[in-house]
Design a protein around this ligand. Sequence first.
Ligand SMILES: [Zn+2]
Length: 86
Amino acid sequence: MDMCNSNVELVESHLNNKQKRKFVSLGMNLEKVFCILEAKGVLKPLRPKFPKFIQKNGGYCKYHQVNGHSIRECRAFKNAIQDLID
Ligand SMILES: [Zn+2]
């Protein structure tokens, strides 16, 4: 690893720490949370933006309605929940 790359990583990790959002732990399965919020009409699934990038492997994200990551790993969904709480 050369100096330039390591510096970039340092800056990025610093920025990430600064901007890192603290997510409230709901103590619930995120899939369950999504079901509840969707049923209440509080949250709607996003329209899939990149249907060409759908991957066969990986979980299915009910929020993005795409394959490739599970809703448990979905930052956008966690952000949406946090927006509702804030
Ligand atoms: Zn997602």
